[in-house]
Design a protein around this ligand. Structure first.
Ligand code: URA
Length: 192
């Protein structure tokens, strides 16, 4: 029999996880999608209702907007990777609690270790608080670039926030242009 790949093993272990209470209430695990060795990784917060039902990140209303944002950067779901801080849906769309994030983070770190991205784009405050700095201020710091351990990090407003607050779209557009420039500079292989 074929030996499962590192990705298959990771997903299988993640499917079994009951490290926090969310594993018991979710419908489907939302592990992540995309190109498993992409230089560009997007990290959201956690599954919503549609994601929970379908098992895929960003398939609801916020996902449609994310697809438009990706096209501004000349990217698509097939050449980047999309994951979340927590892999199971918090009931009623509440934010994932600190202890749920802490319990789940190991999976994201394992994904990052396998992907080895050059650029990580945090979607919203929660992902930025986990991956860039604790107490990240999205209103003040969005669009800024931080380099840590050979990886470029930035954060933009979460697509759900952009659905609620149209005023944040112009500055997000500028952030997306900056991301496009960085991707072109750091990941020319994506356009070959
Ligand atoms: N919001 C997120 O943060 N992640 C998803 O997968 C969907 C909505």
């Amino acid at each position: 029999p074929r030996v499962p790949t590192a990705w298959e093993q990771l997903r299988q272990r993640c499917e079994q996880c009951q490290a926090c209470g969310l594993g018991a209430t979710r419908t489907k695990l939302v592990f992540g999608v995309g190109k498993q060795d992409s230089p560009v990784l997007f990290v959201g917060e956690g599954p919503g209702q549609q994601e929970d039902l379908q098992g895929e990140p960003f398939v609801g209303a916020a996902g449609k907007l994310l697809d438009e944002m990706l096209s501004i950067i000349d990217l698509g779901r097939d050449n980047c990777y999309i994951a979340n801080v927590v892999k199971c849906r918090p009931p009623g769309n509440r934010d994932p609690r600190e202890e749920e994030q802490a319990a789940c983070l190991g999976w994201l770190y394992e994904q990052i270790r396998l992907i080895q991205p050059k650029i990580i784009i945090c979607l919203g405050r929660i992902a930025a608080g986990v991956l860039i700095e604790k107490d990240y201020r999205i209103t003040r710091q969005h669009g800024q670039w931080v380099r840590k351990d050979q990886v470029w990090y930035t954060a933009i407003y979460h697509p759900s926030a952009l659905l609620r607050d149209l005023n944040r779209r112009p500055e997000t557009f500028l952030d997306l242009l900056s991301i496009r420039e960085k991707v072109r500079e750091v990941c020319p292989e994506l356009y070959e």
